[in-house]
Design a protein around this ligand. Structure first.
Ligand code: SAM
Length: 304
């Protein structure tokens, strides 16, 4: 047992660390007595909610998924091969810290090119040693890129520039080990949120944290994957939420509140009519300009 609590090993846009207390206070009460044996999170991202809930409550099984294949590979490596991953991160950290300030940027750019070049190699289709290297590169890039963002261009290449910081938390071995422990009872999937449907029944708690609906055209952030998440996707998700509800699962979903930009915007109120919608204050971290990170509402929808 490691001394650290399990928590995200990556910084991820939309990460829910700062909403955790509000999420926890809205969980179904029976979650405390083991009523829900299965935890499902179909948009896991950095996993702030997953890691917290999976180590707090006694779920027998957890299922996490994300459409992002780099995330899938990295979660799988943390689960199956954490010590080898730590070894690779130790090497990459040493090489990086041995560079002087100016050449660190070049080192970063080389790792980024290798990361993008090798992700389409055949070995990347199945678990292999190449996965451990790929996972270590993703973690390295996440800890050294500008603002810790994951963003891809139209051809799927990671394109975030280097970030100049005083320190770089490239290797957080105790967190990785604690995460690996939680992942032992977890199945990891890559793909669309609907693929995880077979694991959802009346004994399941499902937490949905889809990409935010943009508040306005300038706050658009669609860089998690090549194909963004538009209003039709939000509608498809609402239909899936209703399906999970009909199966008897307890469901919670968070999103941005369009009323922040237009108080008359009823998009989610209409999509989730019949469910409970709470509005909670949150700080938006996605804006790289910290002066523009104001407090705005998010919505939390529950079916209980
Ligand atoms: C808001 S983030 C999740 C943040 C996460 N809960 C956290 O705490 O870091 C949304 C995630 O949905 C994923 N995603 C986008 N479209 C998807 C789809 N159709 N099916 C499954 N995952 C998808 C993105 O790759 C991204 O990681």
């Amino acid at each position: 047992m490691s001394g650290e609590c399990a928590r995200p090993f990556l910084k991820w846009a939309g990460g829910k660390t700062q909403l955790l207390d509000k999420i926890k206070s809205r969980l179904p009460k029976e979650i405390n007595n083991g009523r829900y044996t299965t935890y499902v999170e179909p948009f896991v991202g950095g996993g702030a909610v997953f890691f917290r809930l999976a180590q707090t409550y006694d779920f027998q099984e957890c299922y996490i998924a994300d459409i992002n294949s780099d995330l899938y590979i990295t979660y799988t490596v943390v689960k199956q091969n954490v010590e080898e991953l730590i070894g690779k991160l130790r090497i990459i950290r040493e090489e990086f810290l041995n560079c002087d300030i100016e050449t660190r940027r070049d080192f970063y750019t080389t790792v980024r090119s290798e990361f993008n070049r090798t992700k389409n190699e055949p070995d990347c289709d199945r678990y292999s040693e190449a996965w451990t290297l790929h996972a270590s590169r993703l973690i390295f890039l996440n800890k050294t890129c500008f603002n810790g963002l994951y963003r891809v261009n139209l051809s799927g290449g990671f394109n975030v520039p280097f970030g100049k910081y005083k320190t770089y938390p490239i290797l957080q071995e105790e967190i990785l080990r604690a995460d690996a422990e939680v992942l032992q009872k977890t199945e990891i999937y890559q793909g669309d949120f609907t693929h995880i449907a077979t694991h959802i029944d009346e004994n399941t708690f499902v937490y949905f944290d889809p990409p935010y609906r943009p508040l306005n055209s300038t706050s658009l952030f669609t860089g998690y994957a090549k194909n963004g998440f538009d209003d039709d996707e939000q509608r498809r998700l609402a239909a899936f939420f209703a399906e999970c509800d009909a199966k008897g699962a307890r469901c919670m979903l968070s999103n941005s509140d369009p009323k922040n930009a237009d108080p008359k915007d009823e998009f989610f109120d209409e999509l989730y009519a019949g469910f409970n919608i709470d509005r909670v204050p949150a700080k938006r971290m996605i804006n790289s300009d910290s002066s523009k990170r104001g407090s705005i509402n998010e919505i939390i929808v529950t079916n209980y």
